[in-house]
Design a protein around this ligand. Structure first.
Ligand code: ATR
Length: 288
């Protein structure tokens, strides 16, 4: 029951109608007995400042931030955590007296998803496909966790070079190289961890594949696609000889991390998180 004491959280984005965050957070609120309502807010790009200031004025406890506002909110925040600062994007705002503190829980979400699947980063040669915002979060994680080497491969080589240079500069992590989507041929290693961060293969264009040469996939020990619709992407199908993962667990754990930032006194149990995952899977299957 919503009352005068109900806390309000939400997600801002444009568009917003496909967000599954309300499903996740309202489920956790219900199961933990918290008096919280989590709502979707459609915010037009020119209204980002008004939305953040308005949310603060309305005593909104926390917000998630999604496309295309993850960078645009930065000037209106009271501070940033290290991940948000380095990645240059936030997905979670936590209310403080001074304003909202910005966090990026995407890298942490990916990390916890990998840990759950017993995927190790430390000492591993990594291939990062793509060089956009999602790739930056993944690059941050791979570098921080001590990958042996990171190859950033992207359609636009210039963007890959920019990302590699940025990680070298900000994290002091040197073994990162950039190349084209064909540069995998120069990688002399057969046990790589690949993270696919582009939107290629996402519903409805489920037959699109970023790299369609089967030889590439022979180099992979683990293949992670951050796409979660469809549940099995073309990239994952081609990588069937390796351990594969889609992006749903990452999405799930970025949500867990956000929820626990808003309610530090609560630790969501593995059982509850698994229930939330099944709820999301059923919801996504219903949409497909
Ligand atoms: P996000 O923030 O979700 O990562 P983005 O910043 O727009 O999104 O980045 C999209 C990534 O997907 C980029 O690496 C982009 O490659 P370019 O830098 O060459 O544009 C990649 N991408 C998108 N569509 C692609 C396609 N059809 N083929 C190859 N790469 C594609």
């Amino acid at each position: 029951m919503i009352s005068g004491k109900t806390n309000v959280c939400g997600v801002i984005g444009c568009p917003i109608e496909h967000t599954i965050s309300p499903l996740m957070h309202n489920f956790y609120a219900g199961e933990t007995g918290l008096d919280l309502a989590y709502l979707p807010f459609l915010v037009q790009p020119e209204q980002v400042e008004a939305a953040v200031r308005g949310a603060f004025a309305l005593n909104i406890k926390g917000l998630n931030v999604t496309v295309p506002h993850k960078q645009e909110v930065l000037p209106y925040l009271a501070g940033l955590d290290e991940a948000a600062f380095v990645i240059g994007a936030v997905n979670t705002l936590v209310r403080t007296k001074e304003g909202y503190q910005g966090y990026n829980t995407d890298a942490a979400g990916l990390h916890r998803a990998m840990q759950e699947e017993e995927v190790t980063i430390t000492g591993r040669t990594c291939i990062l496909l793509g060089a956009g915002g999602a790739a930056k979060a993944a690059a941050y994680l791979l570098a921080k966790e001590g990958a042996k080497k990171i190859y950033v491969l992207n359609r636009s080589v210039e963007k890959a070079q920019q990302l590699a240079g940025y990680i070298r500069q900000t994290l002091g992590y040197q073994p990162i190289e950039a190349g084209s989507l064909a540069a995998w041929r120069q990688i002399d290693e057969n046990s790589c961890l690949a993270v696919q961060t582009t939107s290629v293969g996402m519903y409805p264009r489920v037959d699109d594949i970023l790299i369609d040469d089967p030889e590439f996939y022979e180099k992979l020990h683990t293949a992670i696609d951050i796409i979660y619709t469809p549940a099995e992407t073309g990239f994952m199908r081609m990588a069937a000889g390796a351990k594969t993962m889609n992006g749903l667990t990452m999405l799930l754990y970025q949500g867990v991390a956000a929820f626990e930032l808003w309610y530090p006194e609560i630790t969501l149990s593995e059982e509850l998180i698994e229930k939330a995952k099944q709820l999301l899977i059923r919801h996504l299957e219903g949409q497909a």
